[in-house]
Design a binder for this molecule. Structure first.
Ligand code: C2O
Ligand code: CU
Length: 491
């Protein structure tokens, strides 16, 4: 079925949105260092986290606040922090008027904690709660977000960062978290709700916003002192936007991608590109003079916009001279050391459909074979199969798995993007290698989400070492909800 590119629909009204919301005043400064404080743990060691309505000054302190949904009523939600190997215990209390779940993006956790509706847990009903409990196997920058009706729940603000600290000391003065998002706002600052589940967005780039934030504010200030070394932890929390970011007048060394340490390399011209779901850890030496400022800008498609800025203290430098040693690699996480390509399960995974489709897309040949995918969908997309992954449109949990594999076996997937759009392909429960074009060598980093450009085939490989049922899907959430999802099983 050809996508009807002008169809909009209005979802049922959420009764009390904005009215019952507690107004939490957030200044960029107090959020930025560490995020909103999580609640004190309960007697049983669980931190309570309430998914609920709230409001946020997305357009700045002098503008009316935007009604949002958030963990603890704020967006980004509370910064969760633990140490590698230590247990995190979060009790999610659903105070929304619809079901939800929480997914821990990039964390190689036990399957039952992965937060995928129907596949790993039932949705958490309004008024109910669910206990998430796992120990974090890897140190790095991760994030958590809603995984039900994600194109709306995440767009309204249901996400936050999870930092897992190394057990070893890392040679930086401090960490600065930057969670980026783009929002589609009306002129009065409210979220543009009538375009949720727009077929036009679904069949094209997904929902792109018209307003950018870092840590929920339009221009986030990072206070630095001369000669410090800071670790910037970047998270792209947007529904669909590929973010091309640039840090002005500083040398940024990429230390980790998607939470996993990389062979350090200097970002050319201070530029980093993050697909939806991607993270990057940068080490930056603050080498400008006291009182200097330097922006972090995004290429918005129509020019650069400032998202955040380094603002140097006017006082004495933090130390007489900057560090003389280049950043040393972060301590390794316990990832597989080798992969057995000879014995690998090799699979072609075509990505098809969408507007301006290349290969007939969904028309006839690759209709949904898993029944209506309306299990995760409501009005608007209307259960539409706009895209397919691996030959069929799916909600990512029903029907048969894309493949099943014995635990420990290497899996090589050829992600063949036959569409006119890039897609941010995300694998749950595992990190993968991006393979070189001509041979089976790989890039010197690990990923959990990779942007596959239009009309290109990229190959990835991972060791299927985590038992359970895992999703593979596009992290452009309007694509995820219109067919570009699948699941696989590690037995
Ligand atoms: Cu970050 Cu299946 O998602
Ligand atoms: Cu996509």
């Amino acid at each position: 079925m050809p996508p009807n590119i002008c169809q909009f629909s209005r979802r049922r009204l959420i009764g009390t949105l904005g009215l019952s919301a507690a107004i939490i005043a957030l200044s960029g400064r107090n959020l930025g260092r560490a995020g909103a404080a999580p609640t004190a743990p309960m007697a049983d060691g669980f931190q309570l986290m309430h998914a609920r309505t709230g409001s946020a000054r997305l357009r700045g302190a002098d503008q009316p606040a935007t009604p949002i949904w958030g963990y603890a009523g704020v967006t980004p939600g509370p910064l969760l922090r633990t140490k590698r190997g230590e247990e995190l215990k979060v009790r999610l209390v659903n105070e929304l008027s619809e079901p939800t779940v929480v997914h821990w993006h990039g964390v190689r956790l036990p399957n039952a904690m992965d937060g995928v509706p129907h596949l790993t847990q039932p949705p958490i009903a309004p008024g109910a709660s669910f206990d998430y409990r796992f120990s974090a196997p890897d140190a790095g920058t991760f994030w958590y977000h809603a995984h039900l009706y994600s194109s709306e729940q995440m767009d309204r603000g249901l996400y936050g960062a999870l930092i897992v600290d190394e057990r070893e000391k890392v040679d930086v003065d401090r960490d600065v978290l930057l969670v980026f998002d783009d929002w589609r706002l009306n002129a009065d600052g409210t979220i543009h709700e009538t375009s949720f589940r727009s077929m036009h967005d679904a069949a094209h780039d997904g929902r792109l916003g018209n307003h950018f934030t870092a840590n929920g504010v339009p221009d986030f200030e990072i206070a630095v002192r001369s000669n410090e070394r800071i670790r910037l932890r970047l998270v792209n929390a947007a529904n669909a936007r590929i973010m091309s970011l640039r840090l002005d007048r500083h040398r940024a060394t990429v230390m980790a991608i998607d939470g996993q340490p990389a062979e350090p390399f200097v970002a050319r011209d201070g530029r980093v590109t993050l697909g939806p779901g991607n993270r990057a850890d940068l080490f930056v030496d603050a080498l400008l003079e006291p009182s200097a400022t330097a922006p972090i800008v995004i290429d918005s498609g129509s020019g650069e916009r400032t998202l955040a800025r380094l603002v140097y203290d006017s006082g004495a430098p933090a130390r007489p001279a900057p560090r003389s040693r280049d950043p040393q690699p972060l301590p390794p996480n316990p990832l597989p050391l080798r992969m057995d390509f000879a014995g690998a399960l090799k699979l072609d995974v075509p990505i098809e459909g969408g507007a301006m489709m290349m290969t007939g897309g969904m028309s006839g040949r690759t209709g949904p074979t898993t029944g209506p995918i309306s299990g995760m969908l409501r009005d608007g997309f209307d259960g539409a199969a706009v895209w397919s992954l691996g030959g069929r449109a799916s909600d990512g949990h029903s029907g048969k798995p894309l493949f099943a594999v014995k635990r420990g076996r290497t899996v090589m997937l050829a992600l063949a993007n036959r569409t006119a759009f890039p897609h941010a392909m995300h694998v749950h429960g595992h990190h993968f290698r991006l393979l070189d074009r001509l041979d089976d060598g790989w890039k010197p980093f690990w990923l959990d989400t990779v942007v596959v450009p239009a009309r290109e085939t990229w190959r990835i490989a991972f060791v299927a070492d985590n038992r359970g049922k895992w999703m593979l899907h596009c992290h452009m959430l309007e694509h995820l909800e219109t067919g570009m999802a699948a699941w696989f099983e590690v037995i």
